[in-house]
Write a protein that binds this ligand. Structure first.
Ligand code: SF4
Length: 189
């Protein structure tokens, strides 16, 4: 198990990162996934830390209401709900949009649900694979009909999209440093 101090430090970093305007999925991809890769934290340890983060974040207060109203305050019970029941419940919670709901389903509950965010729209529209202004569900289907239904793959895939969109395929892209330049019709935009 990670030391309690390390978990607290990671939670603090998550809050700061989120205060800087990053979404839940980015917080997970940028801060928590490296812990698995670099420090050998298990997926269940990551999920535990992320679940705490989700539940104590101020903007998730309505989620806490859902947790107590429908699941008796048991996080394990909420996360163990079938995805086809849990997703509508999350989407029906005030302030929870599809990106947040799917971040919870993928990162906290471990369901094979692809998360679409602004980085995904920017990178894949520049690659010429999507328009970029499609509705969320349409973009999600684009990925989920082409990738195996594997939560570990979706985790890693999204983490790489975040890294590319944050560091290279920025609003002003650094195409000279991009590993996808050879296949990208918009290189040099
Ligand atoms: S080549 Fe440029 S525009 Fe294309 S994906 Fe890379 S950074 Fe983005």
């Amino acid at each position: 198990m990670p030391a309690r101090g390390a978990a607290v430090a990671v939670l603090a970093a998550c809050f700061i990162f989120n205060m800087l305007g990053r979404g839940l999925a980015d917080t997970y991809a940028v801060f928590l996934l490296p812990l698995e890769r670099e420090f050998g934290w298990s997926r269940s340890e990551l999920t535990g830390v992320y679940s705490v983060y989700l539940l104590v974040s101020g903007f998730t207060a309505p989620l806490v209401g859902l947790l107590f109203d429908r699941f008796g305050g048991e996080v394990d019970s909420l996360l163990a709900s079938p995805v086809e029941e849990l997703r509508p419940l999350l989407l029906g919670t005030h302030g929870v949009g599809p990106e947040t709901a799917d971040s919870i389903l993928l990162y906290a509950a471990g369901y094979p649900v692809f998360v679409v965010d602004a980085y995904t729209r920017r990178v894949f529209s520049r690659l010429g694979l999507v328009r970029g202004n499609e509705p969320y569900d349409e973009l999600q289907r684009f990925f989920m009909t082409r990738l195996p239904r594997d939560p570990a793959l979706y985790n890693d895939y999204h983490a790489q999209i975040v890294r590319l969109g944050k560091d290279i395929c920025r609003p002003q892209p650094r195409c000279a440093d991009c590993p996808l330049a050879v296949v990208c019709p918009r290189r040099g935009v």
